[in-house]
Write a protein that binds this ligand. Structure first.
Ligand code: XMP
Length: 326
């Protein structure tokens, strides 16, 4: 039987009992596969890699070595949450690498979106490889591959998976959730005790805020984007939209307009709100954010975020606009 094909009689994991059954089965399979060897995992903090990490901590404990690369393009507080949950709460073996300067230095002056993606993906592999080379006895590479990654080869997930490691670093793969759909991965994550804001996290592109700080990334505009994004997320949380809207974020273009602050001329960037609903990300509709909330968000962003002097609301569905701006 092809191990990459979901058996027809496999039940959809939609409750805690089925999730626990799956976890017990996988623990046995992983222990048998791994033996006393070590497993390496790139832990981004996204749903899939987080669930794999929690599952493998249960199965092989300290034989799992997680590497979290902070590329400086994470949302506010995300890397800290990875450390809190995995190192502090689950006791995982976690290597945290703050590679912010490396990524931002490489990206300086680069405005082409595909070039930016290539640099981020390539640098990620290099940082991960350097960390892997410092370790001894690694025989397996764990990945948060899920079933749609196998059946849809659209490459969207390519950044997450650490394909592209050099020839002399080929490990045997350990992919315990590769036959699960996203909703099942979340149920398993919940059963493993991961926090809700990790399990029900909205999709976040591998290149992170890098494709939302439009054009050539600068640290000041990236900081402004991160702060504005945090305000949007807080307000969506407080107003019951966080669990309802499929994906929402801020993009900040590299243009300035004139404004007035404290009676003085104040030039700043616009923050663009994007909030979309979709089933499969192939097409998307716009969430109708109530006007009162839009005013609140605008007020907070323009007063609390240095460098932003306008807030715009993107009403473009997909098609014709893609979900991300670049
Ligand atoms: P678009 O912008 O193509 O996005 O409508 C569809 C979904 O894919 C995500 N996306 C990415 N994910 N690397 C990723 O891992 C990328 O380069 C990338 N670009 C877009 C996007 O956030 C949306 O969920």
């Amino acid at each position: 039987m092809d191990s990459n094909v979901r058996p027809q009689d496999m039940k959809r994991i939609d409750n805690i009992e089925l999730a626990n059954q799956f976890i017990d089965e996988q623990i046995k399979i992983v222990r048998k596969q791994v033996g006393d060897k070590k497993v390496l995992l790139a832990l981004s903090g996204g749903v899939d890699s987080s669930v794999v990490a929690a599952l493998l901590v249960k199965a092989v404990g300290k034989q799992l070595v997680c590497v979290h690369v902070n590329h400086g393009l994470m949302r506010k507080g995300e890397s800290q949450q990875v450390i809190d949950v995995f190192q502090n709460q689950l006791g995982a073996n976690l290597i945290y690498v703050d590679a912010t300067d490396r990524f931002l230095d490489k990206l300086a002056g680069v405005d082409n979106p595909e070039q930016k993606r290539k640099i981020i993906g390539g640098e990620f592999i290099r940082v991960f490889e350097e960390e892997a080379r410092k370790l001894e006895g690694i025989a397996f590479l764990a990945q948060g591959t899920i079933y749609p990654d196998i059946i849809e080869s659209d490459g969207v997930k390519a950044h997450h998976n650490v394909g592209g490691l050099p020839e002399d670093m080929q490990f045997e793969l350990c992919e315990p959730v590769k036959l699960l759909y996203k909703d099942e991965v979340r149920v398993v994550g919940k059963a493993l005790g991961l926090p809700d804001d990790m399990v029900y996290r909205q999709p976040f592109p591998g290149p992170g805020l890098g494709v939302r700080c439009l054009g050539a990334i600068t640290r000041d505009r990236l900081d402004a984007l991160r702060e504005a994004d945090e305000i949007l997320r807080e307000e969506f949380d407080k107003n019951g939209l966080a669990g309802k809207v499929w994906q929402y974020f801020i993009a900040v273009p590299d243009i300035k307009s004139v404004g007035v602050k404290d009676g003085k001329r104040y030039e700043g960037w616009p923050a663009i709100i994007r909030a979309v609903n979709t089933i499969d990300a192939m097409s998307a509709t716009i969430e109708e954010i109530p006007y009162t909330l839009l005013h609140k968000i605008t007020d907070r962003i323009t007063h609390e975020v240095d460098g932003i002097n306008r807030v715009l609301y993107d009403l473009t569905p997909k098609p014709i606009g893609t979900i991300e701006w670049e």
